[in-house]
Design a protein around this ligand. Structure first.
Ligand code: PRT
Ligand code: ZN
Length: 287
């Protein structure tokens, strides 16, 4: 039996940590984490977990110290490390935006010409400005970017925005979004065959968990004369299951419905005569 362990770098403690740990839990992969722990071997999957600062993860993955890592796309791109993105994870969504003091008029990017912009993302901002043909001074700082205009350090900032409340409470307004980010899984560019096999196993589990989250299991009762109409609205994974109810002239229909189509279809299904509709979350979904 192979003794290969997949080494996975996760953020020790921060905005990515809980969702990263939760993802592995939902994939049925158990490991200990918590105060003071720097690494941990899974008790039921051939993987070892390293707990690090997010900024260091792309470097560890590039060097092959870790085979995989979870980071924000913003960090992966900003560090400029050679890694491959193997999967988008859909959590820790945010954007990198340019903001200026709220009272100032903004007519467009040319207003930033010659200005000082404070940021912790000099590469992403530099590439963006170069692409737009704007010449501004990038003032790199490592934290508390949003206070830069109020202390006279810069006329604008470029920082991560999620709800927008940090900008608001610092008297700033968002004027350009330059990058959209979410958590991604990155991998070393040259994994050996055993590690690639383990990665494929892991990705299969992650995709099954993610697909399940986007779908609902639906059970309803329908008069038999409405079955054609209702089943056409519920294509399911292959086709819906239709079973007779104990009461004559009625059937029970079971199917799977994509979250995006849910509200629109559910109205049409009710209008067609369905009753007693149950909508149930799905834990895993394997195609
Ligand atoms: O200690 P370590 O270096 O590991 O962590 P960190 O402090 O550098 O990063 P952390 O945990 O704050 O964020 C990790 C990742 O989460 C980021 O790289 C982003 O990909 C993602 N993310 C999602 C965010 C936010 N949302 C976010 N809101 N990262 C930072 N923020 C900060 C932002 O910098 C600003 O100060 O939150 C503030 C803005 O939030 P709103 O909601 O007020 O707009
Ligand atoms: Zn960090």
């Amino acid at each position: 039996m192979s003794t290969t362990l997949l080494r996975v770098a996760l953020q020790k403690s921060g905005r990515l940590s809980e969702d990263s740990y939760q993802l592995f839990k939902e994939c049925g992969i158990r490991f200990d984490y918590g105060t003071g722990k720097l690494k941990s071997v899974s008790s039921n999957f051939p993987a070892e977990f390293l707990f690090l600062r997010d900024d260091d993860i792309p470097g560890y993955v590039e060097d092959g110290v870790a085979d995989l890592g979870i980071v924000g796309e913003n960090v992966a791109v900003e560090t400029g490390r050679q890694v491959q993105t193997v999967h988008k994870l859909g959590f820790s969504k945010c954007r990198l935006s340019i903001a200026i003091p709220r009272g100032e008029v903004y007519n467009g990017l040319s207003d930033l010409e010659g200005k000082n912009i404070a940021t912790s993302y000099p590469r992403l901002l530099g590439d963006y400005l170069a692409g737009e043909g704007v010449k501004a001074h990038i003032h790199q700082i490592s934290g508390s970017v949003e206070i830069a205009p109020s202390i006279g350090l810069a006329e604008a900032v470029c920082d991560i925005v999620s709800s927008g409340s940090t900008l608001l409470s610092n008297g700033l307004k968002e004027v350009e979004t330059i990058f959209r980010s979410e958590a991604i899984m990155i991998a070393h560019t040259d994994l050996n065959a055993d590690k690639q096999t383990l990665l494929n196993k892991l990705l299969f589990r992650i995709k099954s968990v993610q697909t399940a989250k986007f779908n609902k299991y639906i059970v309803l009762n329908a008069p038999n004369n409405a079955l054609d109409k209702i089943t056409a609205l519920l294509p399911g994974m292959k086709s819906p299951t239709v079973m007779p109810l104990a009461i004559k002239g009625w059937s029970s229909v079971h199917s799977v419905l994509n979250e995006n189509e849910f509200w629109e279809n559910i109205e049409a299904i009710r209008a067609a005569g369905a009753e007693g509709i149950l909508v149930i979350p799905i834990e895993k979904m394997i195609y």
